[in-house]
Design a protein around this ligand. Structure first.
Ligand SMILES: *[C@@H]1O[C@H](CO)[C@@H](O)[C@H](O)[C@H]1NC(C)=O
Ligand SMILES: *[C@@H]1O[C@H](CO)[C@@H](O)[C@H](O)[C@H]1NC(C)=O
Ligand SMILES: *[C@@H]1O[C@H](CO)[C@@H](O)[C@H](O)[C@H]1NC(C)=O
Ligand SMILES: *[C@@H]1O[C@H](CO)[C@@H](O)[C@H](O)[C@H]1NC(C)=O
Ligand SMILES: *[C@@H]1O[C@H](CO)[C@@H](O)[C@H](O)[C@H]1NC(C)=O
Ligand SMILES: *[C@@H]1O[C@H](CO)[C@@H](O)[C@H](O)[C@H]1NC(C)=O
Ligand SMILES: *[C@@H]1O[C@H](CO)[C@@H](O)[C@H](O)[C@H]1NC(C)=O
Ligand SMILES: *[C@@H]1O[C@H](CO)[C@@H](O)[C@H](O)[C@H]1NC(C)=O
Ligand SMILES: *[C@@H]1O[C@H](CO)[C@@H](O)[C@H](O)[C@H]1NC(C)=O
Length: 348
């Protein structure tokens, strides 16, 4: 069996979506997932066809573009999206292979985040994935091997080649295929482990358990993290077209992101959706308690200031000089204590 999940690239002109987003009724969520610009459901609600979300309102499932891939979360502050990606499997019974699928995904302008791992589960398992940077980009082939038998020391939480193996995912990959095979057709171990599985999963979202060797059959999808950016141009070039440039107001073009495309982020001290004009608003560090003031805190646009009570001086910051009593006050205290000591001496 060969499941090919290809996403047709839609030849649709870019919408002037940021302005159309108001006024029109755009879905703000689908099921449990909040839909935030540049993503959108419905014409005029999304930035470009890559960010189209198709919502099945009765099942509450948002789909990536017009594919059958469910979106489970999206973040505009990190320019990431989490999708439920299919699991590849390769199953055997005592007479040989029963079924196998191969997973191919085309992510359009989205890329697999390096925060994922490629994981394989099985006792007679060779798992490979090949990924490519662009349609004709450089390719990358790698994978891992997992073996075990009845006497193997299979350990919960350990994914080091006995029952489970994993490898890191390279950056910038857009197209990938997962392939599984075995050495011995799972001969003599079909009761212990009838199937091999291979999938990409976000770091921290999967812990191997010995029971997975048998019960993973019911799991068809795993959460995978994708990276995204806007368009193909760098900050400097994109900025020249002021109408279509999305980082507006207290949002800046992220200088730490080197492309392809550009990303917006709220300036330091601001929060909100950096892709919506003027949505980044001031963070009140004083109210939130994220400040570093020893004594008094005064909020300012994008920052805050510290001050000391009367009779104290310093920059007011815990990491700085803090607040120390003024010189005159200090002398009074010193004089006071030494006078007390002399009195004590005399009375003694
Ligand atoms: C939406 O989800 C429901 C319930 O899962 C399903 O019956 C229906 O076919 C789906 N509609 C579309 C258009 O996929
Ligand atoms: C969705 O993503 C945001 C930002 O990365 C994160 O804070 C939040 O916990 C995620 N929600 C779920 C349900 O994973
Ligand atoms: C193995 O699976 C095949 C295909 O499903 C089936 O025809 C065959 O009877 C099975 N063999 C055993 C021993 O269960
Ligand atoms: C990819 O390569 C094929 C054949 O070598 C070529 O026809 C096509 O234009 C290339 N596509 C891109 C996007 O470079
Ligand atoms: C691993 O954890 C599962 C529960 O998740 C438990 O049933 C199983 O016995 C554990 N295996 C070992 C070897 O500790
Ligand atoms: C595995 O099964 C295939 C047919 O399904 C057969 O051609 C191959 O020889 C078998 N390999 C081993 C090592 O048993
Ligand atoms: C995996 O295990 C760690 C540590 O035991 C735990 O903090 C984490 O929540 C677990 N993750 C999942 C998805 O079960
Ligand atoms: C990026 O550039 C390629 C080729 O130049 C083009 O086909 C594609 O549509 C562009 N992507 C976006 C999001 O503009
Ligand atoms: C930012 O956008 C969100 C939804 O996209 C909205 O709820 C919020 O009110 C906006 N904030 C500002 C300051 O515009």
């Amino acid at each position: 069996m060969h499941i090919q999940l290809l996403l047709a690239i839609l030849a649709i002109a870019t919408f002037g979506a940021a302005s159309a987003q108001e006024g029109q009724a755009c879905l703000s969520s689908c099921g449990n997932v909040a839909i935030t610009f540049p993503f959108g459901s419905g014409e005029g609600c999304y930035h470009s066809p890559d960010f189209l979300v198709t919502c099945n309102q009765s099942s509450g499932e948002p789909f990536f573009r017009e594919s059958n891939i469910v979106i489970s979360n999206m973040s505009t502050s990190k320019s990431e999206m989490e999708v439920m990606a299919p699991v590849a499997r390769d199953c055997y019974n005592s007479s040989g292979r029963v079924r196998r699928n191969r997973i191919s995904l085309t992510l359009s302008d989205f890329r697999i985040s390096a925060k994922n791992k490629f994981v394989a589960i099985g006792c007679d398992t060779q798992a490979y994935f090949s990924a490519r940077r662009g349609i004709n980009g450089s390719s990358y082939d790698t994978g891992c091997i997992s073996r075990c038998g009845r006497d193997s020391l299979i350990t919960n939480g350990s994914c080091s080649g006995i029952g489970c193996c994993e490898v890191a995912v390279p950056q910038e990959m857009r197209y990938f295929t997962i392939r599984l095979s075995s050495y011995n057709n799972h001969t003599d171990i079909t009761e212990l482990n009838p199937c091999s599985y291979g999938f990409f999963v976000e770091e921290g979202k999967f812990n191997f358990s010995t029971t997975n060797l048998r019960d993973f059959e019911s799991i068809r999808k795993m959460p995978m993290l994708l990276d995204w950016a806007i368009g193909n141009s760098t900050c400097d070039i994109a900025r020249e077209d002021a109408d279509s440039f999305l980082c507006k107001g207290n949002s800046e073009c992220d200088p730490d992101y080197s492309g392809p495309g550009y990303r917006c982020r709220c300036q330091e001290g601001y929060e909100g959706n950096p892709y919506v004009a003027n949505n980044c608003t001031n963070i009140n560090e004083c109210e939130r308690g994220t400040h570093d003031c020893e004594d008094e805190c005064v909020d300012t646009q994008g920052s805050y200031e510290c001050s000391c009570q009367k009779g104290y001086s310093g920059d007011g910051r815990k990491q700085g000089t803090g607040c120390t009593p003024d010189q005159s006050k200090l002398i009074k205290i010193v004089v006071g204590t030494s006078a007390g000591a002399i009195l004590l001496l005399i009375s003694a």
